[in-house]
Design a binder for this molecule. Structure first.
Ligand SMILES: [Ca+2]
Ligand SMILES: [Ca+2]
Length: 75
């Protein structure tokens, strides 16, 4: 089953998997924003790169998707 990985790739920032990037997803992102321990403990929501933190470079990935209300793979 590779579908979930493709799905996540297509709409990064949709942390609750409901095919949009809205305020709920923003709340998830904001909760982990500024974490620097993404190699430890709980998974960092919003950790899109490989620098072990949730910071500006991750926000740059999340921000363009914010406001999308349907993902490309949804009917
Ligand atoms: Ca969502
Ligand atoms: Ca980062």
């Amino acid at each position: 089953m590779t579908f979930p990985d493709v799905f996540e790739f297509l709409l990064r920032g949709d942390f609750d998997d409901d095919c949009d990037v809205d305020g709920y997803d923003l709340a998830e992102f904001a909760f982990d924003f500024r974490r620097t321990d993404c190699d430890l403990g709980e998974r960092c929501e919003g950790y899109f790169d490989t620098d072990l933190d949730v910071g500006g470079s991750d926000l740059a990935v999340f921000a363009p998707n914010f406001g999308i209300t349907e993902c490309p793979v949804c009917e």
